[in-house]
Design a protein. Structure first.
Ligand code: LMR
Length: 338
């Protein structure tokens, strides 16, 4: 190579190095948002809404990549990935924070703790909910919001009409000690399993049944492998949207503010569509003709409630008695009055 050519090469390399920081500065900040449910669910749709608004409000400075249906990580892996910074955002169900060492979130799994969304929102949109999110910070996680799904139904391949029917059945649960106790109080053998594995476990008979809001049951096609659904509405399933704290704190202040706004809007959206989507999903399950859907009578529901509410006493110490009492105070729930 001639001296002239070598010099030209050196100049080109220097120019590249000078240009590089500018090129990097323009590259969008990527938020990988991983979740385990289908896109057409309250969480899936809210994540899409957040993506749209986050990209609009930041003028393209942020790009949100959504990985739905456990396509990137399954339940347990996604928590680890967030802590390691391999993903930046998740919305795990409140029943999945125990393995992280923040067992207080399992309070939301206590059966019949909330009768409706209005009672629930007093907690999730109020000071108690905020205090709970703050507990995540010591784990390197920032809690951004609560997103609703809904009230759970029971499903099984064996009849589940009366309280006695549950005895001896095997049912899949999420990784929550409260849910384990709830199932044991019915004589059910609970089995913790990742959400992505439930359909196959139901299909092959590894478990007889499970619990979930209708939106999850329907969009995972679980109703195709479950003969019975009972609309027990015995517990709530919702989410905490979380991010890696180091990532969040390191964002430029203006971008963080825009993302906070996008999250606020997405939260309003999520909590607006959740009930409607669950009602629609339950209707679709009924119409599929593949599953017998029963609605317990008020007496049957009361029998179930009386039995399951014992879980509050049993697991109060795990989730925190003071926390449980402060939720009772917000919602007016009184187990003694049953
Ligand atoms: C489940 O595992 O049943 C749910 O947590 C799935 C979800 O994210 O709604």
């Amino acid at each position: 190579m001639s001296r002239f050519a070598t010099r030209r090469l050196a100049l080109a390399a220097a120019a590249l190095i000078t240009l590089a920081p500018a090129a990097f500065a323009q590259a969008p900040i990527v938020i990988k948002f991983s979740h385990v449910v289908a896109t057409d669910t309250p969480k899936g749709n809210a994540a899409e809404f957040f993506k749209k608004r986050a990209e609009e409000l930041t003028g393209g400075k942020v790009k949100v990549e959504i990985y739905a249906n456990s396509s990137l990580y399954k339940d347990k892996e996604e928590m680890e990935a967030l802590q390691l910074g391999a993903v930046q955002m998740l919305a795990p169900s409140l029943a999945k924070f125990g393995p992280l060492g923040v067992k207080e979130f399992e309070v939301f799994d206590l059966p019949y703790l909330f009768d409706n969304y209005a009672e629930l929102h007093k907690v999730t949109q109020g000071p108690v909910g905020k205090q709970l999110l703050d507990k995540l910070e010591s784990r390197g996680i920032k809690g951004l919001a609560y997103w609703d799904n809904g009230f759970k139904v029971m499903s099984s391949n064996k009849p589940i009409k009366t309280v006695a029917d549950y005895k001896g059945q095997k049912m899949r649960i999420q990784s929550s000690k409260v849910l384990e106790a709830q199932m044991r109080s019915l004589g059910v053998l609970p089995q913790v399993m990742a959400f992505s594995e439930v359909y196959q476990a139901l299909q092959t008979g590894v478990v007889d049944g499970t619990e979930n809001p209708p939106s999850n049951l329907y969009t995972q096609k679980m109703h195709e492998v479950q003969k019975h659904v009972s609309v027990t509405e015995h517990g709530y399933l919702g989410y905490a949207v979380i991010t890696n704290k180091k990532f969040w704190d390191g964002l430029p202040a203006d971008v963080r503010g825009q993302l906070e706004k996008a999250m606020k809007e997405a939260t309003d959206y999520a909590n607006k569509i959740a009930k409607e989507e669950n009602d629609h999903a339950l209707d679709a399950v009924r119409k599929s003709g593949k599953t017998e859907v029963v609605v317990p009578t008020p007496q049957e529901k009361l029998a179930l409630k009386k039995l399951l509410v014992k879980t509050h006493e049993e697991l109060g110490a795990r989730v925190g008695k003071d926390l449980m009492q402060s939720i009772y105070k917000e919602t007016g729930f009184d187990p003694a009055k049953l």
